[in-house]
Structure formats: C-alpha cells, structure tokens
Design a protein around this ligand. Structure first.
Ligand SMILES: Cc1ncc(COP(=O)(O)O)c(C=O)c1O
Length: 381
C-alpha cells in the first residue's frame, strides 16, 4: 500500500490540539469508525457492498474501507479509477458516471480493464458499444422520485421507465450484460424510497423481458449524528431485503450498493480556530469554500464542540454566526450555532461528523486549503 497512508496519530482530538496548537484547520480521521460502518453494511445489506470514492477519496479513508473488506469501488472519472488502482491490487472499479468522454471510456477499458458502466441515454450506450467488450456489464440508470433526500440526484440523471426498457433491451441486443441501477438521492431520510425504486426496477424488468445481471441500489444511505436524525441503517436494509423478496429478486438477481456518505460521515471531524470575534460573529479558518460547503448546499448541521486549552469555557451558551476565511461575503454558515458565550480568538471548534463531501469538495479559493490531516486512535495510550 502507498506510503502516503501514514499520518500523524493522536489518541484524541484534544491531544492533537495540545501538541500542535494549530492555527490552520486540521482534518482528524477516525478509520475505526469507517471500518465499523463498513462491517455494518457487509453484515446486514443483502448483497455486495462497494464504496463511492467521490464522497471522501483520502487514502486513509480508502485504506480503512479496503481493510474492512470492500474490494469494489464506484468511480466517476479516470482520476478516481487511477487512484484506486494505484493504492490497491485486488480490486475492481465500476465506471458509474452516466456521461463519459469517449477517450475516458477507451482508457478505462484498455488501461484499467473496466467492465462495468452506467448509461441513461441511447447516445451514451452507442459510445460504449464501440469500445466496451462483450463481457461488459451496462447498468441502465433509472430516475427515481424526488423529495426523499437532501440532495436529489434524479434531477440530473436517470431514464424514465419506458426509456429504461428500451435501453435494457438494446444492451442485451449488443451482446453485453444488462444491469439496472438507481440513486434515490444523497442523505435519503425515507427508507421506503428504496422500495419505491425497486418497484420501478421490477416494472422495467417485467416490461423488457430482460433479467439484469445485477441491481445496483446506489448510495443515499444517510449519515447519523447530524442534528436532523435519520432512521437507523437497518430500516433501509430491511426495506431493500423485503422488497427484493417480494419481487423474487432474492437468490436470482444479485444486489449491489455503493454508499459514500453513510460510511465516512462520522469518520472525520474538522478542527478550526477562531481568528477574530466581533460580538456574536466568529471568523474561522475554514468555511463554505473549504471543507464546510455542505452547511450551505445541504443545510447540514454538524455537531460543534468547543475546544480550549488550559482554562475551561463558560457554561452559558449563545448563538454565533460562523464566517469562513475567504474575502467573499457569502462565506458564512446559513444558520447560527450555540457555543460558549465567552468564545474568543484562539479557541478551537471541533466540527464533528464531517467526513462526507468535505475535504473532497474544497476549492482552495483565495488561497485557503485544508491540507493538514491526522489520525485519531482512541486505543493509543
Ligand atoms: C452514482 C453514485 N453512487 C453513489 C453515490 C454516493 O452517494 P451517497 O454518498 O449518498 O451514499 C453517488 C453520490 O453522488 C453517486 O452519484
């Protein structure tokens, strides 16, 4: 495994702050938590578990996920495929972006031996037809109903059932292996959404007369720990298992899932420092152009824990507006956070459960980029 997998290790976030006293933001990974959720998936989900690399592609996360037994990865670009292949030998990547450049498909097949793809339109299938071999599996991605998740992905991708029927038949006619996939949306808070999507799947199978090589139920499983507490993961697994049994998929058509958020969300926190206080305004060293963009785009409300060395905080809380470090006035969290009334310059805040779509999305705008990463291992003495 690559040497870049070695980071400084601390027993706790407080131990890190004590030693580094960081004036820069520090992402603190908890690989044990990541592995725990993977094991929850592999023991309860009725099929194969992949990981969606986009959610957090840091090698520490990927190694923890690999270490917990995942050998297949949902990748959306040649860059992600290359990353996975550079880190691990015995793995497979699924090229699950519904829109791919011809050259990227060609390299994916020729350089990396990719055999699994996604399409949601005949023109994309035409591209594959010319390049991917007969052993390629082509998943037809279905559109699913919106309104069940924080991030609605069917607004951008997915074929309506009638088109999906045609696409499935065309894949079979090309001599490739037809498959089906969907994504109910990220941070899905309605377990029934998977049953609804599987009902659409059953209808498409019925109308097309084509039995798919597998059904990929996508990601979307929610992160717990947020203020907006979703149902437990088991409710989602039960819904998927019961619906698959109802339609006779079990034992006949393999299921796959490709979660991102649920696996990594609780496996990282971000330690930021207060660089200036103006009344109820705190100016921090990371913000919505950095690792905290989902506070704005998803309305995510992560738990915040004040950290101060030496002297304890006031017990009285007050609401604060949190500004990020860039010169852009939109760099501000959309809701206020309750923190000790005596918050001051130099104090730190641990933004908890922020492992999903955080470091993966940061822009580097205005020269601010979080590139300090450490590991937290509570078992260290
Ligand atoms: C095709 C695909 N699969 C899986 C995922 C991961 O979804 P989540 O992080 O909600 O589990 C995404 C996220 O955008 C996706 O586009």
């Amino acid at each position: 495994m690559a040497s870049k997998n070695k980071l400084r290790r601390y027993q706790s976030v407080d131990a890190m702050v004590r030693e580094l006293k960081p004036s820069y933001p520090v992402m603190c990974f908890r690989p044990d938590r990541c592995a725990d959720v993977v094991r929850q998936f592999t023991s309860r989900f009725p099929g194969k578990v992949m990981y969606a690399v986009k959610c957090n592609p840091h090698p520490i996360m990927l190694s923890a996920i690999y270490g917990a037994g995942v050998r297949s990865f949902d990748t959306a670009s040649l860059g992600e495929i290359a990353l996975i292949n550079e880190l691990f030998d015995d793995v497979s990547c699924y090229f699950n972006h519904p829109v791919k450049g011809r050259a990227a498909i060609e390299s994916a097949v020729r350089v990396y031996g990719i055999r699994d793809f996604v399409v949601d339109h005949p023109a994309e299938l035409e591209k594959l037809g010319a390049i991917a071999g007969a052993d390629a599996a082509v998943q037809v991605r279905l559109r699913t109903p919106s309104g069940v998740a924080t991030f609605d992905l069917s607004a951008k991708f997915g074929a309506e059932p009638a088109l999906a029927v045609e696409l499935l038949q065309s894949v079979a006619a090309q001599g490739k292996r037809p498959a089906l996939s969907f994504h109910v949306g990220s941070q899905c808070v309605v377990p029934k959404a998977y049953a609804t999507a599987l009902e659409i799947v059953a209808d498409v199978i019925d109308k097309s007369g084509v039995t798919p090589a597998y059904i990929n139920v996508g990601g979307g499983f929610p992160a717990c720990g947020m203020e907006q507490a979703p149902p437990p993961l088991d409710d989602y697994f039960d819904e998927i298992r019961e619906t698959s049994e109802r339609f006779g998929f079990s034992g006949k058509i393999p299921l796959i899932c490709e979660p991102g958020r649920a696996i990594v969300a609780r496996a990282a926190s971000l330690v930021v420092q207060v660089h200036l206080r103006k009344d109820d305004r705190l100016y921090l060293n990371d913000g919505i152009f950095g690792c905290l963009s989902e506070l704005l785009y998803g309305g995510i409300i992560p738990p915040m824990r004040p950290v101060r060395m030496g002297k304890s905080h006031a017990t009285e809380l007050q609401p604060f507006t949190l500004f990020g470090p860039t010169c852009d006035s939109s760099d501000v969290a959309p809701s206020q956070f309750a923190l000790p009334a005596d918050m001051a310059e130099g104090d730190w805040i641990e933004v908890c459960d922020i492992g999903a779509y955080s470091n993966a999305l940061q822009t580097g705008f205005n020269g601010f980029h979080t590139d300090a990463f450490v590991e937290i291992h509570p078992e260290l003495g």
